[in-house]
Ligand binder design. Structure first.
Ligand SMILES: *[C@@H]1O[C@H](CO)[C@@H](O)[C@H](O)[C@H]1NC(C)=O
Ligand SMILES: *[C@@H]1O[C@H](CO)[C@@H](O)[C@H](O)[C@H]1NC(C)=O
Ligand SMILES: *[C@@H]1O[C@H](CO)[C@@H](O)[C@H](O)[C@H]1NC(C)=O
Length: 392
C-alpha cells in the first residue's frame, strides 16, 4: 500500500477513535447537561457520564459538593478518562460541606466518606491542575491502579491530603503540593501530606512534591508492602501543633518509610529533602527491607537526620546536618553507608551555599517544577545531598 494511503487510513482510524470520546463540562454555576454552553453543576454527574477516552473539563471557581465524589469506573490503558481544569483556570473543590469535616474525637470515618475524591476500583484516570481543600482527606485512592495525578494541591483537609491505599499499583503523582492537613478526630495522629499506606502494589511513584505544615508526618508509607519510588520530594515543618489540639499526637517526621513487621518494602528515596520538621528527617520506622536512600538531605530537623533500624538498607551520598538530635544519624550496624556527609567531617550551616528555603517555597514554574535554588548545596562542590536544580 502506498504510504499516502496508509497515512490517510491512519488519520481516519485516529479520528474514528477520537469521535467516540466526548468532552464533558462542569461549572460551579452550571445547571445543564454537560456541554460547553450548558455545563453540569455537579462533578459527580460528569464522572457518572464519563467513559473511556472522555475528558471532564472543570471551569474556574469553587465547587462545594455535599456528597463525596465517587470514582468507580475504568478508563483503559490507551483511553484513560481525564479530569482537569479547563485550560489553566483555577479550580478549587471545597469539601467543607461533606460529612466528617470533622467527626468528633475518636469517631470513625466510614470508607466511602474518605476523600473529596473517593477513587476505588477505578483505574486509568488522569487528573490535572486541581486544588482540594477542607475535605475528609483530599484525594483518597484505594484499590485503584494506573492513575496519574499532576499539579494537584491538597490543603487544610481533616485527614491526610493525598492517600493511596489497598491493592494499588502503577500510580504516578507528579507536582503535588500538600500542606496544613490535620485531623482533630485523632489529635494529630494520622494526617500526613502524602501517604501510601496499608496495602501493596508495584510501580507507585511520587515526584517533585512539597509536603509541609502537616500535623503528623510529611510522608508516610505505613504498612505498604511494596517498593514506592520517592524522588525530588521536599518535606518540611511537619508535626507542630498549629491547631491547639490537646493530647497532641503528631509525629513530625519528614519521611516515614515503613513499620516494624511490614512485609519488607524496598522503597527508593532519592534527591529529597527533609528540613525543619518537628522530629526526624528520614526514618525506616523498623521496615525490615533493603531501602535505597541516595542523595538526600536532612537539615535542621528537631531530632536525628536519618534513623535506620532495618538490617540492610543502602545509604549513599546523603547529607545530615544541623539536626538537633543526640547525633546526626542513628543507623543499625548492618546498614550499608557510603560517601555520606557524616562519614566526612563536620557539617554546619556554613557548609552550604545557602540555608534559605524561601525559593523552594515559591510558586511552581510553568513546567510544573519547584523553582531551583542553591538551598543546601554544599559549598565544597561535592556531589552530596539533594539539589532542586533540574540538571542533576
Ligand atoms: C475496573 O477494573 C478492575 C480491574 O480490572 C475491575 O476489578 C473492576 O470490576 C472494574 N470496574 C468496573 C466498573 O468495570
Ligand atoms: C505496572 O506497569 C508495568 C509496566 O507497564 C507492567 O509491566 C505491570 O504489569 C504493571 N503492574 C500491574 C500490577 O498492572
Ligand atoms: C542554621 O540556619 C537556620 C536558618 O537560618 C537557623 O534557623 C538555624 O538556627 C541555624 N542553625 C545553627 C546551628 O546555626
Amino acid at each position: 500500500m502506498l504510504n499516502v494511503q496508509k497515512a490517510a487510513l491512519f488519520a481516519i482510524s485516529a479520528l474514528g477513535g477520537l469521535s467516540n470520546a466526548k468532552d464533558i463540562y462542569v461549572s460551579p454555576t452550571g445547571t445543564g447537561t454537560g456541554t460547553s454552553t450548558s455545563p453540569y453543576g455537579s462533578i459527580q454527574s460528569a464522572v457518572n457520564a464519563a467513559a473511556a477516552g472522555d475528558t471532564i473539563f472543570l471551569k474556574a471557581g469553587t465547587y462545594k459538593p455535599t456528597t463525596n465524589i465517587q470514582f468507580k469506573t475504568n478508563g483503559t490503558r490507551t483511553s484513560p478518562i481525564t479530569v482537569r481544569s479547563y485550560q489553566t483556570e483555577k479550580v478549587i473543590i471545597d469539601g467543607e460541606n461533606l460529612p466528617g469535616t470533622p467527626y468528633g474525637l475518636d469517631e470513625s470515618l466510614p470508607n466511602k466518606e474518605r476523600g473529596i475524591f473517593h477513587i476505588q476500583y477505578a483505574n486509568y484516570w488522569k487528573f490535572y491542575n486541581l486544588e482540594l481543600i477542607n475535605g475528609p482527606y483530599g484525594i483518597y485512592a484505594r484499590d485503584a491502579s494506573h492513575n496519574y495525578y499532576e499539579l494537584i494541591t491538597t490543603h487544610d483537609n481533616y485527614e491526610t491530603g493525598f492517600q493511596i491505599e489497598g491493592a494499588s499499583s502503577n500510580n504516578t503523582v507528579l507536582y503535588l503540593d500538600s500542606y496544613r492537613n490535620r485531623d482533630p478526630r485523632k489529635n494529630g495522629e494520622s494526617a500526613d501530606g502524602f501517604a501510601c499506606k496499608s496495602g501493596s502494589g508495584e510501580g507507585n511513584v511520587l515526584r517533585n512534591a512539597r509536603l509541609w505544615d502537616n500535623v503528623d508526618d510529611g510522608l508516610d508509607l505505613f504498612m505498604f508492602g511494596s517498593p514506592v519510588t520517592i524522588e525530588e520530594v521536599y518535606s518540611f515543618q511537619n508535626g507542630f501543633n498549629r491547631w491547639g489540639f490537646s493530647n497532641f499526637n503528631g509525629d513530625g517526621n519528614g519521611f516515614k518509610l515503613g513499620i516494624t513487621g511490614n512485609p519488607p518494602a524496598n522503597h527508593i528515596v532519592r534527591n529529597s529533602i527533609a528540613y525543619s520538621n518537628a522530629k526526624k528527617g528520614f526514618i525506616d520506622n523498623g521496615n525490615p527491607g533493603s531501602l535505597t536512600v541516595e542523595r538526600n538531605t536532612a537539615w535542621n530537623n528537631g531530632d536525628v537526620g536519618f534513623n535506620f533500624r532495618s538490617s540492610s538498607s543502602s545509604l549513599k551520598s546523603n547529607i545530615a546536618a544541623v539536626n538537633v538530635g543526640s547525633a546526626q544519624v542513628t543507623l543499625v550496624s548492618t546498614v550499608k553507608a557510603s560517601g555520606n556527609s557524616w562519614q566526612s567531617g563536620t557539617w554546619s550551616n556554613s557548609s552550604f551555599v545557602s540555608v534559605d528555603p524561601s525559593t523552594l517555597q515559591k510558586a511552581r514554574l510553568s513546567n510544573g517544577r519547584v523553582p531551583s535554588s542553591e538551598f543546601l548545596i554544599p559549598k565544597s562542590g561535592e556531589a552530596l545531598g539533594a539539589t532542586t536544580k533540574a540538571d542533576v
